[in-house]
Every structure is written in structure tokens, then in C-alpha cells.
Design a protein around this ligand. Structure first.
Ligand code: ADP
Ligand code: MG
Length: 208
């Protein structure tokens, strides 16, 4: 991951990544919706699919921008199109990353920007780690990055963290309305983050 962070992203890379993520989300929409049906209102897969399709439809314009601006525009698009609770939160994550990342971030700069982006999700969601939300995966990713994990290590941390949400009692988001009945199901937003992380890591690995 070190080298890829120092390599400039060109428009073709950004467009390619958006297309990959959009296809991934579409492939997993039913799975995400099933998770959200168990402990929420069953719209998470649909929300994500709609937002990432909108992102893909706009990918030429987004990809033409420098990295930071492209991320800000992508985040804005997600806020406007994903909807639900997760849209503004994913959007905030990506917009803040765009604000903080700089044009050719080295690994340390990327890690710092990523943690700020995760903190901005917590601020926006008035939430913290341990409440059975996407933060339960985002913070472990930030920790793995800071610990120097490679792409595969970050993906392992994300998957393990998503899996670990199964046994957590939800105290934020719609699932918290279920109280004890939220235990025994994976948090849908956490699954989304783990899926996206695996695809991004794979993309980074390929362009080394
Ligand atoms: P909604 O809950 O409005 O139907 P979604 O189904 O699209 O929205 O997204 C639900 C996901 O959003 C949850 O699985 C959780 O990961 C995340 N989420 C919800 N509320 C919060 C919050 N306050 N902070 C962080 N993440 C949250
Ligand atoms: Mg929902």
C-alpha cells in the first residue's frame, strides 16, 4: 500500500474504481437488504445501490477532478442519493477524506485523513464505536492502517470487525429500537464498509 499512495490517481483510475464499487454494491444489494430487514427497515441494499449507481452515472465528471475534489464531489453525491441514515454518513466519510487527503498522500497522510473522516462520521451520527454501527468497522480499519497493516491485513480487520457486530446490542440507529432482539445479526452498514474495503484494497493492489 505504500507505493500506491504516492502514485497520482489519474481520471481513468478513479472512474474504474467507481465502476467497480457500483457493480459490487449492486451484486450485494439483496444481501445488505436482508441484513437490514432483520434489524432495520430493509432498505440498506436498495439505498446503497441507488447511490452508487448515481455515482457511476456521474463518474466522468467526478474523475476529471483532482483526487481531493473528486472525493468531495463523490461524497456529496452519496449524501444526495443514498438516503436513509447511512447516506449522509457515508457521504461525510468520503467528503472529509477529500478535504483532508491532499493530492499525493503518503501512507501517514492517508491514515491521518482517514481517521479524521471516521471521526467526522461519529460527529455527524452522534455515535461512537461499540453501538453496532458502521463505526464498529471504520475504527478498526483506522487502527489497522495506523498499525501498518498491508491491504490484506486491513481487509481481515474489516471483515472480523463486521462479523463481531453480530453479538453487539444496538444502541444507535434503527436497530437500537429492537433492544435485545438486535443481538445475533450483523449490522448492515458494517457489512457495507467491509465489502467496500475489500474491493478498494483489491483495486489498490492491482495498480501497484
Ligand atoms: P436507515 O437506518 O435510515 O434505514 P440504512 O438502512 O441505509 O438507513 O443504513 C443503516 C446503517 O447505517 C446501519 O446499519 C448503521 O451501520 C448505520 N448507522 C445508522 N445510524 C448511525 C449512526 N448514528 N452512526 C453511525 N452509523 C449509523
Ligand atoms: Mg434501513
Amino acid at each position: 500500500m505504500d507505493r500506491l499512495m504516492t502514485k497520482t490517481f489519474d481520471p481513468a483510475d478513479i472512474k474504474d474504481l467507481i465502476g467497480t464499487l457500483s457493480a459490487l454494491v449492486a451484486d450485494h444489494a439483496d444481501e445488505l437488504t436482508a441484513l437490514d430487514s432483520a434489524i432495520g427497515d430493509g432498505d440498506h441494499g436498495h439505498n446503497m445501490k441507488r447511490g452508487f449507481e448515481a455515482l457511476a452515472a456521474d463518474s466522468d465528471a467526478i474523475a476529471a477532478k483532482p483526487l481531493g475534489e473528486a472525493l468531495k464531489a463523490a461524497g456529496m453525491k452519496l449524501v444526495m442519493t443514498v438516503g436513509g441514515a447511512s447516506g449522509p454518513l457515508f457521504g461525510t466519510l468520503v467528503m472529509t477524506l477529500g478535504k483532508e487527503i491532499g493530492e499525493t498522500p503518503d501512507r501517514t497522510a492517508f491514515n491521518t485523513a482517514f481517521r479524521k473522516a471516521v471521526d467526522s462520521v461519529a460527529a455527524r451520527g452522534k455515535s461512537e464505536k461499540g453501538q453496532k454501527t458502521m463505526l464498529d468497522v471504520l475504527y478498526p480499519i483506522a487502527d489497522a492502517l495506523d498499525a501498518g497493516a498491508d491491504g490484506a491485513g486491513v481487509v481481515r480487520a474489516a471483515n472480523a470487525a463486521a462479523e463481531a457486530t453480530v453479538s453487539v446490542l444496538a444502541t444507535r440507529g434503527r436497530a437500537s429500537f429492537l433492544g435485545e432482539r438486535s443481538v445475533g445479526h450483523m449490522d448492515p452498514g458494517s457489512r457495507s464498509v467491509a465489502l467496500l474495503t475489500a474491493a478498494i484494497a483489491d483495486f489498490m493492489e492491482k495498480r501497484r
